[in-house]
Design a protein around this ligand. Structure first.
Ligand code: SF4
Length: 382
């Protein structure tokens, strides 16, 4: 079975898996960044590392337009011509039916790319069953996270994103479909070129927009009440929220450095944490129109700094910061990540909390500088 690698939380693993292709959301190793992966200066080290590793580890790579660095990285890898590349357009605006339709259309274009790779277009029932399976697995994962340290929770999410089972490795209870797409073989293979959901017409989409508006309060990020974003374990030390971009492999040292400095991560708001989980699926709507339910759960609810307006992010922060009782915020970002640099400035204005804008290079030998800055920040909070 072919695998595709991606980094953005706006790429639904269920959609890939339903096509019979293995989805792998990768945390790249910064040390693996090849010198040939674009220019050094001005290039986000995370984007460099992801491009280097993804280009050699999978049958295809999916980038998204959620930041300019990743858009350019897709161009570099395409120019190399060694790995099929798909650049998925994720609109920054999200409040209009047209934006949701564009995201849906991009999922369908991604589907055609997956079929060209050797996958098969899923029937509506197969898509719904795959989504139910992932939903159950995520529910199990959320339950597990509550009992873990921040670092343990982050690593559990990383394993989940690569396709490992949460919990003790067994299939989630009550799932309607086998985890065929993550295990290499299915007793119920998808039907190639099966007709896709008939409800994907513009008229159907318009009806769903009305439905979505009615249920918006249920599907807003504030409905993620079951997510254990505020970690209750390892309860000593000053509570700190870590907000920002993605974590690469080895970035768990951030959590260690914070604890060593007398703090604890009370809220993991990085791109790699629970903040970017999709909303739980609505069972009835999932059966009625699984693709639009996928659009709603991902595009309609995930809070992020690139979105315009970015109100979802600040609604999420307002709730989660209060729940975590964080006394300060560390903005975790890779150098040349303009998006989170701007968000750091805004966070200072939007919250009454001290903010540390922590830019990192991904170079393990330079992490000492970041650790020193964390130490100094914690002295301020004590
Ligand atoms: S860290 Fe920032 S610049 Fe780098 S890929 Fe992520 S969003 Fe883009």
């Amino acid at each position: 079975m072919k695998s595709v690698v991606y980094s953005s939380p706006f790429v639904p693993a269920e959609w890939i898996a339903a096509h019979g292709v293995r989805p792998m959301r990768l945390r790249p190793d910064p040390a693996a960044a090849l010198p040939s992966t674009g220019p050094l200066m001005g290039v986000c080290p995370y984007a460099r590392a992801f491009t280097s590793e993804a280009g050699t580890s999978a049958g295809a790579v999916i980038f998204t337009t959620t930041c300019d660095q990743m858009r350019r990285a897709a161009e570099w890898l395409s120019l190399e011509g060694t790995t099929p590349v798909f650049l998925m357009n994720v609109p920054a605006t999200w409040q209009t039916p047209a934006a949701a339709r564009l995201y849906r259309d991009e999922l369908q274009r991604l589907g055609r790319f997956l079929v060209a790779l050797g996958g098969a277009e899923p029937s509506r029932d197969r898509l719904a069953a795959t989504m139910e399976t992932y939903d159950a697995r995520r529910r199990l994962l959320r339950g597990d996270l509550a009992a873990m340290t921040a670092r343990g929770a982050s690593e559990a999410i990383a394993r989940f994103d690569l396709g490992e089972e949460p919990g003790n490795g067994g299939p989630p209870p009550g799932t309607a479909a086998p985890l065929m797409t993550l295990r290499g073989g299915s007793p119920d293979p998808p039907r190639r070129n099966a007709a896709s959901s008939q409800s994907l017409t513009p008229a159907g989409a318009a009806g769903r927009e009305t439905r979505r508006a009615k249920t918006e309060t249920l599907r807003s990020p504030t409905s993620h009440v079951e997510e254990p974003a505020a970690h209750k374990t390892a309860a000593s030390g000053a509570a700190v929220a870590v907000i920002g971009g993605p974590l690469a492999r080895g970035d768990g040292r951030l959590f260690d450095a914070l604890e060593k400095a007398g703090g604890r991560v009370a809220l993991d708001g990085t791109e790699s944490g629970p903040r970017t989980f999709p909303a739980p699926f609505d069972r009835r709507r999932l059966r009625d129109d699984p693709l639009m339910e996928l659009v709603d759960a991902y595009f309609g609810t995930i809070p992020d700094a690139f979105r315009r307006p970015d109100t979802l992010l600040y609604q999420w922060l307002s709730r989660e910061l209060a729940a975590s009782a964080a006394r300060g915020i560390i903005v975790w970002r890779y150098v040349w990540c303009d998006m989170w640099a701007a968000a750091a400035a805004r966070l200072r204005e939007a919250t009454a909390l001290p903010v540390l804008d922590l830019d990192v290079t991904g170079d393990a030998s330079e992490f000492g500088r970041a650790a020193n800055r964390i130490q100094a920040f914690m002295e301020v909070l004590k």
